[in-house]
Design a protein around this ligand. Structure first.
Ligand SMILES: NC(=O)c1ccc[n+]([C@@H]2O[C@H](COP(=O)([O-])OP(=O)(O)OC[C@H]3O[C@@H](n4cnc5c(N)ncnc54)[C@H](OP(=O)(O)O)[C@@H]3O)[C@@H](O)[C@H]2O)c1
Length: 314
């Protein structure tokens, strides 16, 4: 099969398109014929060796995947050959930037019926991150106020929709680039972070501050004053510490997305119910993945990109 792999960590040039033996599923695993994988910033970090996630080399990136069950290993129940599924694969294992991928059976769930299968690759890890940040790490509850910094990205769109659906008042940042998307997600108040200071624009304290943006650590620390006594600061930008305030009981939590099959199935249900939206900015072929990593290394990838397996019609 065709796959994109790297044999050593380094710049985007370490990615190569190769012919690789088609893998066979073991006990508790399935093989997927890949429709698409999604690109995430963490793919770039793992390839560059920045992230503390051990990968066996050579490694195929693409831990978010959508495809069709193509072979079943022993002891797999509840999945059928030919079934369309999505999954958040173990990040250190080979991913879906290939024609086929092996997935633990408990990492995949039936795909949404209302979006093209390849586009569904854009859903798993970002939606799980939003859910876990808000309700697990953030302990957000109905009737509370939430500030989302960086709401215009993939995680942010899901976070705003999930919070609104849970009866939360959402204040969100958006530059002019992402204003329409954040408004469509249902934010109650929107602050253009390129034109206004959040410290001035947020009128009343929030219960939870969720940061999704690569803001300056000192600016992040100043935003803690917007959180009420006993509130929570949650951040997905794990490359910098999450600030809290012990003197006021403001808790700090850094999110590391976790596999959760039941929650992922629930998220798929929300997509089919129209409560969550899968936004795909670009669909690229496998052989364009090295160029996409090069773009990401220069900080130029905005919006979700899915990487189509070679035999997927476009
Ligand atoms: N820890 C984990 O387990 C985990 C899991 C998933 C993702 N992540 C990380 O979480 C972050 C969010 O993910 P994503 O996919 O949603 O990223 P994304 O699509 O890049 O979105 C980030 C958003 O932040 C906005 N932004 C940039 N600078 C800003 C600033 N100074 N103030 C306010 N907003 C600003 C961006 O601009 P606009 O306002 O112009 O739209 C963009 O919408 C990324 O760093 C990602 O790597 C971590």
């Amino acid at each position: 099969m065709k796959a994109v792999r790297f044999h050593e960590v380094g710049g985007p040039e370490v990615l190569r398109i190769e012919d690789v033996e088609t893998p066979t599923p073991g006990r508790g695993q399935v093989r997927l014929r890949v429709a698409a994988s999604a690109f995430n910033a963490a793919d770039n970090g793992m390839r560059a060796g920045f992230l503390p996630i051990p990968v066996a080399l050579p490694h195929i990136p693409g831990y978010d995947v959508a495809g069709v069950v193509d072979a079943l290993g022993a002891d797999v129940e509840g999945l059928d050959l030919g079934q369309p599924v999505v999954g958040f694969l173990p990040m250190g294992a080979d991913g879906g930037a290939a024609e086929y991928v092996i997935a633990p059976a408990d990492s995949v769930v039936p795909a949404p019926r209302t979006v093209p299968l390849a586009d569904a690759a854009a859903l798993p890890s970002v939606a799980l991150t939003a859910w876990q940040a808000l309700f697990d790490d953030g302990a957000l509850q109905a009737g509370q106020r939430l500030l989302v910094v960086g709401a215009g990205g993939a995680v942010g769109g899901h976070a705003v929709r999930l919070a609104r659906r849970a009866g939360v008042h959402v204040v969100a940042t958006a530059s002019p680039r992402s204003l329409a998307a954040v408004r469509a997600a249902g934010a109650d108040e929107i602050v253009d972070h390129t034109a206004h200071s959040l410290l001035d624009a947020v009128g009343a304290p929030v219960d939870v501050l969720l940061n999704l943006a690569p803001i300056d650590p000192d600016d992040f620390a100043r935003l803690v004053s917007l959180v009420r006594d006993g509130g929570t600061v949650v951040s997905t930008t794990a490359f910098m510490p999450t600030p809290g305030d012990d003197t006021r009981g403001v808790r700090a939590a850094t999110v590391f997305v976790r596999a959760d099959r039941e929650r992922l199935a629930e998220i798929v249900g929300l997509v089919d119910a129209g409560d969550l939206v899968v936004d795909v900015d670009r669909r690229i072929p496998l052989d364009a993945l090295p160029a996409l990593h090069a773009e990401a290394s220069e900080g130029r990838v905005a919006g979700k990109v899915v990487v189509l397996a070679e035999d997927t019609p476009r």
